[in-house]
Design a protein around this ligand. Structure first.
Ligand code: ASP
Length: 443
């Protein structure tokens, strides 16, 4: 039998009955689309509230003994509206009673939130005529609440053997005690990826409301070009910098199996979207610059010490100071006599000052200081490895726009270059970088 295609539909793709109809058409237009992973209903219009958020509010109000009737009515209206619109006969009241019962028994927030996907799964499986499989039987977490790949990839795989087609709700699985545990927000992407691995899919289609990734943020660059193909690694670099369409960890289950992910648009199914593939599959398609992304609000601690490279314990001491303050290190550019530690701006200023005092005491630098409000911009592309002049082009573009580059980081993978600039220059810099790499060729 031909390998299946796993299809995951995001919240906006399943927000109402009109969207359900589009989803059915998509699933039925390709017989290989045998495993369907739904999110909870998302927004039908910009000011709408996602069902997952309504469920979190419901749980809060219930536990605070406040009036939750409006929120509950809202949730009921979404699902009843879908059922009516797609013409399926189902009494959803027992399901809602169940949620209230469980709330009364002190159900966890995660259990309540998971009902968004669960109920959407029930409706979708009836509508498509597919088996309903609760992910509690497939996706497992350990006692600490971490995803347990060993158990999932054995028990989950067995459970899906011989299944012809199924709807498996996204976002959650079960703990060793059988209780529901959810992934972090947007986690249905991860469910889709795990299911793709379990069934040995030829492709994981992730259906959303945009036709794939754009090279740069359209809120900053006007009409940026789309990305047709991107490697897993390039995507990691971009999503670390905040380009978010897919959950950060969604590539991990499929990476070692080389299962490609195709980001598709439920509202424009004929658009090709973006393919996320392994490096080997990029072939000659590796572009010079695949994407440009960035993030504001970093703090840079800069340290100077002559002959720092000859002090064997210097880096270890530095790292243990950060560890003792429970701080994540984002980057660490260095030269022979200086080193910079890039950390998140959400580390409060008094804490940064304490860290600096410790560095003075323990590492005995010649000087140490810090700057807040630094933005990092990354330019990503496998083609950089084989193209000379990437840095020259980047810095010429930034210089032309009058932007002062405060620091530079190039990953050892040579798949990206990161520059640090002032937060005030962020938008201008993104536009300048886009223009310098992609703008002129279009004119
Ligand atoms: N419904 C969950 C959320 O809103 C999970 C998902 O949509 O992937 O985060």
């Amino acid at each position: 039998m031909e390998k299946p295609v796993v299809v995951k539909f995001g919240g906006s793709s399943l927000a109402n009955s009109e969207q359900f109809k589009k989803v059915k058409k998509i699933v039925e237009s390709d017989k290989r689309r045998r495993f369907v992973v739904p999110s909870a209903p998302g927004k039908s219009y910009p000011d709408d509230t996602k069902v997952t958020d309504l469920l979190y509010i419901l749980e809060d109000l219930f536990n605070l003994e406040q009036d939750y009737s409006k929120v509950l009515a809202n949730i009921k209206a979404v699902y009843n509206g879908i059922a009516k619109g797609i013409g399926i006969e189902i009494d959803l009241d027992p399901y809602f009673d169940d949620i209230l019962n469980e709330l009364g028994k002190g159900a966890s927030k995660e259990y309540i939130a998971s009902r968004g996907e669960f109920l959407n799964g029930i409706l979708l499986s009836k509508y498509l005529g597919f088996e309903f499989i609760d992910p509690k039987e497939i996706i497992f977490f350990d006692v600490k609440g971490n995803f347990d790949s060993d158990i999932t990839y054995t028990i989950g795989k067995k459970r899906l053997e011989g299944v012809e087609n199924a709807v498996i709700p996204g976002f959650y699985g079960s703990l060793p005690n059988g209780k529901v545990k959810t992934f972090s927000r947007g986690g249905s992407d991860l469910t889709g990826s795990i299911i793709s691995r379990l069934v040995g899919a030829s492709l994981y289609e992730n259906w959303t409301d945009v036709s794939g990734f754009l090279i740069a943020d359209p809120r900053i660059v006007s009409k940026p070009k789309g990305i047709s193909k991107i490697s897993y690694r390039e995507l990691r670099e971009l999503s670390y910098m905040g380009a978010s369409i897919l959950h950060d960890e969604a590539i991990f289950p499929v990476i070692s199996k080389g299962i490609p992910i195709n980001i598709k648009n439920t509202n424009a199914p004929e658009d090709e979207g973006t393919f996320i593939v392994d490096e080997a599959s990029l072939g000659n398609d590796s572009t010079w610059v695949t994407g440009i992304a960035g993030r504001k609000n970093f703090t840079v601690i800069y340290i100077e010490k002559v002959k720092l490279n000859q002090d064997k314990s210097f880096h270890r001491k530095l790292m243990s100071i950060l560890e003792s303050y429970d701080i994540y290190l984002e980057h660490m550019p260095s030269s022979i006599d200086s080193i910079s530690l890039i950390i998140d701006d959400n580390v409060e200023e008094p804490k940064v000052k304490d860290i600096i005092d410790d560095i003075k005491l323990i590492c005995k630098p010649d000087s140490v200081g810090y700057t807040k409000n630094i933005s990092l911009i990354t330019v990503v592309g496998h083609g950089m490895k084989n193209t000379s002049g990437t840095s020259a082009t980047l810095f010429t573009g930034l210089a032309r726009a009058g932007i002062n580059v405060k620091l530079i980081v190039q990953g050892s993978s040579e798949v990206n270059i990161i520059v640090g600039i002032s937060d005030d220059d962020y938008e201008k810099a993104i536009r300048a970088v886009y223009e310098t790499f992609l703008g002129d060729k279009e004119k």
